[in-house]
Design a protein around this ligand. Sequence first.
Ligand SMILES: [Fe+2]
Ligand SMILES: [Fe+2]
Length: 327
Amino acid sequence: MLTRTSEYALRALIYLTQNESDWPISGRTIAENAGIPAKYLSKILGDLVKCGVLQSFPGKTGGVQPSKPPNKTMLRDVLAPFEQFENRRCPFGSLECSDDHPCLAHNRWKHVVGSQDRFLRVTSVYDVAVPMPGSQSEGECRGMNEANEMPTAVLRSEHKVILRVIEVLKRLVARAKSGEGFEKHCLSRCVTFFQLFADACHHAKEEDLLFPALEYRGMPRDGGPIGCMLEEHRAAREFTRLMAEALEADEEDAFCSAAKQYADLLTQHIQKEDTVLFTLGDNVLTGDDQESLCGKFCDVGCGTFGGKKQTELAAMADELESRWPAT
Ligand SMILES: [Fe+2]
Ligand SMILES: [Fe+2]
């Protein structure tokens, strides 16, 4: 569903990432090796320089290279100059299709769009350009889930990891508020964990796999627990965005306010899922549904999120907790 221009932009970034030792690389070399018409590429590279994804170096040995390390350059950043991400209209039905006036496909289509958006936001150029050394094999991955057997048990165990980092976040906010110090580096690690482990991995399993399976078995999306959970995921994303922004701007009060709201929201959200939604889910999902979901969870868990495997993200929770233990 990407335009030709977007596809060329991605191809150029992938070529640059795979040939880091040659940076900066001329447009002509990229065009020849990545199979992109040179004139077309020159305009694309200019746009990527303008929006800060690439930096350019003049002269005979000049060229372009990524402004940030490729594992920090998300696919969405590369595509942003060429794609209309905001206010994307549903391609079916009328011109006025919206949440308030949905066409017949709107509610299903918006989840496809949401899932694509999430993939582009959390997948870096590095993730798609360079194979991960020692990445989880399917066997290892299946082994992780087998211990849990039920898909809701997998999600419940992820909740415990998320809650441990929420406790660290709360301790660090209390420390900042009491004037003992604003631990920016560790707070930034917490936010990265929430963005990648909680949102990109865990919420994706719920939104793209569990909730549609529950709907298929008759649980309504709108006006029921699924709709409520989706709304809370959206609010949680907004709080992580605010936390990241406040950290970037060194605004301690704004960070502490967003962090408190995030911690409160996600704690009660997890409690509702554990005690209500997952219990209902265990009753309506068939054995085949459960087995299929566990397999699909494995597929998600075997991926990388911002260049990190799920096990590496879980290790971040251990590291943060041991650095800032409960007293
Ligand atoms: Fe959730
Ligand atoms: Fe959850």
